[in-house]
Design a protein around this ligand. Structure first.
Ligand SMILES: Cc1ncc(C[n+]2csc(CCOP(=O)(O)OP(=O)(O)O)c2C)c(N)n1
Ligand SMILES: [Mg+2]
Length: 351
C-alpha cells in the first residue's frame, strides 16, 4: 500500500491556483493513472517478447479519461468500451493479474485465456467488454441502460467510443432511441484525434462531435481529457442528468494516444514532434504530480514510494501471467452457449 505523505510537507496556505481537491483524492488519481500507464508499458514489452498474441491496443496518454469518469461513478454503474480497453478494466477495479493473464492467453485470465486483449468481461465490476467491431458497443451500451431503466434502479452506463467510431451509422440510431426512451447512458467519445492512421481532419468536416446529439435532443459538452479533475467534474454533471431521469448525455473528451493505434502501426501519419509536444506539455499524470508537489500534498519520496508500489503490482501481474498455464484443450468446448437460460427466456423459447 502507498505510504501516506508526511503532513509536514504541506504548507500552511495553498498557492492560489490549487484546485479545491483533497490530498487523498489527488493521490488516488495519481495511483490509478500510473497503474494503467505502467501496466500498458509492461503489456507492450510482453507483446515485443512474443508473449501476447493477436491484437493489442494500448491506452497510454488517455488515462485521465477513464480515471476521471470512474471518479464520478457509483457502485452498480456499468461500463462498456472498444478494443482499447485495458485501462477501463483496471479503473473499474478488475485485477491486474487477471487482465495480464488474459492478454497472454492463460487460464488465469478473465476469459480463461480464450478472449485476449479485446474480449474480457467482469459482471462483478459491471464491465461489459472489450469490443473489436468499431462502434458495436454503442447500441449495446444503450441496451445495458435500457435494462437499468426497466428494472427501475438509478444506475448509469458509461458507453465509451472513439472519434472514428463517432462516424458510424449505428451511433445515430442509438442516439435516437436512447433519447426517445430517456435512457440513463453517458456516451463518452474519447477523441484522441486519430482513427488508426486517419486524423479527424481528414475524416469529417463536422469536428465538434459532442454537438451531433443536438439533432436528437441530447445535450453534450467538450472536456479537456488530459485533466482528470475536469473530466471528473464533467462526468458528475452528465451522471446527474442521467440519474435525474433526463435521458442520455454526450461527453466529448479531448485526449491523445502516445503509442500507435495497435502494436503494428507504421506511425507515418503524424510527426514525432507532435507526440513529444503532448507528452511534454499535456501529460495527465505529470499534471496531477505537479498538483501534488506544488500544493504541498506530497514530496518526491512519497511519489517514489507510490511508483514502486505500482511497479510491484504490475510485475506481479506479469509473473502471474507467465506462470499461469495455457487453457487445456477441453476448454474449447466451454463458454460457448449460456449454461443457465433464465426462466422467462426458457418459457419464450418453448412458446
Ligand atoms: C466496423 C469496423 N470497421 C473497421 C474496423 C477497423 N478498425 C479498427 S479500429 C479502427 C479505428 C477506430 O478509431 P477510433 O474510433 O477513433 O478509436 P481509437 O482506436 O482511436 O481508440 C478501425 C477503422 C473495425 N474494427 N470495425
Ligand atoms: Mg480515435
Amino acid at each position: 500500500m502507498a505510504r501516506k505523505p508526511t503532513d509536514t510537507a504541506r504548507p500552511a496556505k495553498q498557492p492560489p491556483n490549487q484546485p479545491n481537491v483533497s490530498r487523498d483524492e489527488l493521490l488516488k488519481y495519481y495511483r490509478e493513472m500510473l497503474l494503467i500507464r505502467r501496466f500498458e508499458e509492461k503489456a507492450g514489452q510482453l507483446y515485443g517478447m512474443g508473449l501476447i498474441g493477436g491484437f493489442c491496443h494500448l491506452y497510454i496518454g488517455q488515462e485521465a479519461v477513464v480515471v476521471g469518469l470512474e471518479a464520478a461513478a457509483k457502485e452498480g454503474d456499468k461500463r462498456i468500451t472498444s478494443y482499447r480497453d485495458h485501462g477501463h478494466m483496471l479503473a473499474s477495479g478488475m485485477n491486474a493479474r487477471g487482465v495480464m493473464a488474459e492478454l497472454t492467453g492463460r487460464i488465469g485470465g478473465y476469459s480463461k485465456g480464450k478472449g485476449g486483449s479485446m474480449h474480457m468481461f467482469s459482471r462483478e465490476k459491471h464491465f461489459y467488454g472489450g469490443h473489436g467491431i468499431v462502434a458495436a458497443q454503442v447500441p449495446l451500451g444503450a441496451g445495458l441502460a435500457f435494462a437499468d431503466k426497466y428494472n427501475g434502479n438509478d444506475n448509469v452506463t458509461f458507453t465509451y467510443f472513439g472519434d472514428g467510431a463517432a462516424n458510424q451509422g449505428q451511433v445515430y440510431e442509438t442516439y435516437n432511441m436512447a433519447e426517445l426512451w430517456e435512457l440513463p447512458v453517458v456516451f463518452v467519445i474519447e477523441n484522441n484525434q486519430y482513427a488508426m492512421g486517419t486524423s479527424m481532419k481528414r475524416s469529417t468536416k463536422s469536428t465538434t462531435l459532442f454537438g451531433r446529439g443536438a439533432a436528437f435532443g441530447i445535450p453534450g459538452e467538450q472536456v479537456d481529457g488530459m485533466d482528470v479533475l475536469a473530466v471528473k467534474a464533467a462526468g458528475e454533471k452528465a451522471v446527474a442528468h442521467c440519474r435525474a431521469g433526463k435521458g442520455p448525455y454526450i461527453l466529448e473528451v479531448m485526449t491523445y494516444r502516445y503509442r500507435g493505434h495497435s502494436m503494428s502501426d507504421p506511425a507515418k501519419y503524424r510527426t514525432r514532434e507532435e507526440v513529444q509536444k503532448m507528452r511534454d506539455e499535456r501529460d495527465p499524470i505529470e499534471h496531477v504530480r505537479q498538483l501534488l508537489l506544488q500544493g504541498g500534498h506530497a514530496v518526491e519520496d512519497d511519489l517514489k514510494a507510490i511508483d514502486k508500489d505500482i511497479k510491484d503490482i504490475v510485475n506481479d501481474s506479469a509473473d502471474f501471467a507467465r506462470e499461469s498455464p495455457e487453457p487445456p484443450l477441453e476448454e474449447l468446448w466451454t463458454d460457448i452457449y449460456a449454461d443457465d437460460v433464465p426462466q422467462h427466456a426458457a418459457q419464450d423459447l418453448n412458446a
